[in-house]
Ligand binder design. Sequence first.
Ligand code: TXA
Ligand code: MG
Length: 350
Amino acid sequence: MQRWSALDPTEKSASLQEAGAVLSSGGIVAFPTETVYGLGADARNTAAVEAVFAAKGRPSDNPLIVHISQQNQLQSLVQRVLPMEQQLMDTFWPGPLTLVMPVIDGALSARVTAGLDTVGVRMPDHPIALALITAAACPLAAPSANRSGRPSPTTAAHVADDLAGRIDGIVDGGSAGVGVESTVIQVQEDGHIIILRPGGITREQLLTVADHVELDPALSDVAAETAPRAPGMKYTHYAPKGNMSIVTGDHLNEVAVFMQEQLVMAQERGERTGVLVFDEDETIYDGSLRLTLGSLSRPEEAASRLYGHLRQFDEAEVTFILAQGCAEQGVGLAVMNRLYKAAGGQFIRV
Ligand code: TXA
Ligand code: MG
């Protein structure tokens, strides 16, 4: 496995040309984006796309997002662009917004779309990602560069932990920015937006462009009786090895007292305990690995730290984790969505 680091993200960078050549000849290479690291492959090459599914251990019914570096690459991928879609791309691209649009038959490997008649496309806001797509000279299918079921990687070290020996290379660009994945949306003919997966572009930001923004009902369906429109949302993603529950309540001190009691009881049962809190909670939580997500008033911090912290609980072999919830505002909606999935839906309201 090759490792390219300390990159100059210009099209002339020799390392990026090399990594791009590996991609255009059918190899699979992990690279940084502004959200999380992706594992890229030429989206037209079925063998390369199959290698991505194999390296990740990903279920084959879960489609991949296609990454482009210029808007004109869309013409050869999607059947049409609605006026609202155009407005969203003009406003938020490059950036963490994926649009699901009707795919042109035969434009991409059918493995990318998992047999659907739509494709999710985005233009990442990261100089290395953009330069790499240009160097590869093809649309890059890229899911997050983690083993399926592990938290998404926000550093090259996370990628190596999960995928060393299974992929052709890693482009190391330091820490990814946002820390949670892109927002996946579908625009309806009438211009209404449905959020299939909350992410880096917030519902509030989308509402500055569109009057109607709804969440896919499957996102709040605890019993999982509604099939999500983003197939990936049905899997227990991001699961730490320990048993995790989210704790919320109207008063932080009550939440803290409850968590402290539960953690002590768990320790008495022989569990290794961990707690994920916000800065506003100053409780010490004796005997537990205590990690903080920053201030409750800045969900961006929580987004950027979340996956790294989940990995840290795994490294410390924590078996029982309690996580404080935050408000579902701004990127807090995506943070709570990922926490909820990491907790396998286990939710306690104090
Ligand atoms: O930020 C991101 O989006 C990262 C970086 C690497 O770009 N990528 C990422 O890809 O998160 P992945 O494969 O881990 O997640 C793709 C999500 C899944 O939930 C999948 O079901 C959904 O997007 N998706 C992809 N194509 C779709 C389609 N045609 N229709 C509905 N959902 C789709
Ligand atoms: Mg993923």
